[in-house]
Each structure stands twice: as C-alpha cells, then as structure tokens.
Ligand binder design. Structure first.
Ligand SMILES: CC(C)(COP(=O)(O)OP(=O)(O)OC[C@H]1O[C@@H](n2cnc3c(N)ncnc32)[C@H](O)[C@@H]1OP(=O)(O)O)[C@@H](O)C(=O)NCCC(=O)NCCS
Length: 145
C-alpha cells in the first residue's frame, strides 16, 4: 500500500500541508523547489493509495556527506512505518551515491524524533545552543554508513 518515490513538483501542496501540520512551519514554496533541484533523489515522498502522507528532504553537504533537512509524517499516519520507509529509501540513495555520513538537527525536546533517529543508528554529536528561532536548543545527530 505504501510507496516511496521521488518528490515531483505536483506534490508541493501536499508537502506544504504536512510541514504546516507536523512541523508547524510555513516555508516559501521556492525552498522546496530549490531542494528538489539540488538533489532530486534525496527528496522523497511516501504515498498511500495516491495520497502523500510523509516526506524526507535532504541536501548533499560535501561529496560524501548528506544532511536531512526535513522529515515529517502526518500525525494520523505515525507509528505505522512511514518514517522508516522514507528513511530506508533515503539511506539506499545515500549508499548509491557513495555517502559516508548523514547529519541532521533535531529539537532537544523532540523525544519522538530522537528515539526514531537513535533506532536508525544516529548518535548525538553535540548540542546546538539556541539553534531554533524560539530559543530551544538542538542536537546535531550523525550516522556513518
Ligand atoms: C519522527 C517521525 C518522522 C517518525 O515517523 P513514523 O512514521 O511515526 O515512524 P515509524 O512508524 O517508522 O517508527 C519507527 C520507530 O521509531 C521509533 N518511534 C517513532 N515514533 C516514536 C514515538 N512517538 N515514541 C517512541 N518511539 C518512536 C519506534 O522505535 C518506532 O518503531 P515501533 O513503532 O515499531 O516501536 C514522526 O514522528 C514525525 O513526523 N514527527 C513530527 C515531525 C518531526 O519531529 N520530524 C523530525 C524533525 S527533525
């Protein structure tokens, strides 16, 4: 039922809606189109019977280093393996591209996401003091492939 595929510009509305619901952010649509342009295979959506229920957006930071910019699943779809399907597909893309390490930032209080990433072998590298605009600290997390 669940299918992970590369983002296409038609998915823009769905991705914006997920970001609003799951991350409470409202970024300009040009941001998503830029991310898509930079690394097409690193921007993935998960769809269930034609409806996009989650996505993962990333960039290449260096030839062997990628960074997850956003990963979000609609609240109603969580704990059903959608995030894992996205992460599995993403790590496959990374392996194909010769990526040796993946990094990301997460809010210090976001226990759900920290548990999810830890299960995937990510480790906290260091604290990012007041990383978020509301003053919350972040954690830099990293995983080697
Ligand atoms: C983090 C997120 C993407 C996980 O997506 P998901 O589809 O729920 O993940 P999965 O169902 O594949 O979960 C895989 C495993 O991660 C862990 N996990 C996921 N959510 C968890 C939670 N709320 N509490 C504890 N462990 C959790 C569990 O080990 C889970 O396996 P299990 O369900 O068999 O116990 C999702 O919670 C989300 O969209 N959160 C809001 C946005 C966000 O915080 N993104 C990250 C910002 S950096």
């Amino acid at each position: 039922m669940l299918r992970v595929r590369p983002f296409a510009p038609n998915d823009l509305g769905a991705v914006v809606a997920i970001v609003k619901e799951a991350l409470r952010e409202n970024y300009p649509t040009s941001l998503y189109l830029d991310i898509h342009k930079w690394w097409r295979d690193g921007f993935l959506v998960a769809e269930n019977m034609g409806t996009v229920v989650g996505f993962l957006a990333s960039v290449m930071m260096a030839p062997e280093q990628s960074r997850i910019l956003m990963l979000a699943v609609y609240q109603a779809w969580r704990r059903r393996g959608v995030g894992s399907a996205l992460m599995d597909a993403f790590l496959n893309e990374c392996a194909l591209r010769g990526v040796k390490s993946v990094e990301l930032e997460v809010r210090r209080r976001n226990q759900e996401a920290i548990r999810f990433y830890t299960r995937y072998g990510f480790q906290i590298a260091h604290v990012l003091p007041k990383f978020y605009t509301d003053g919350e600290d972040g954690f830099k997390m990293r995983r080697f492939l």
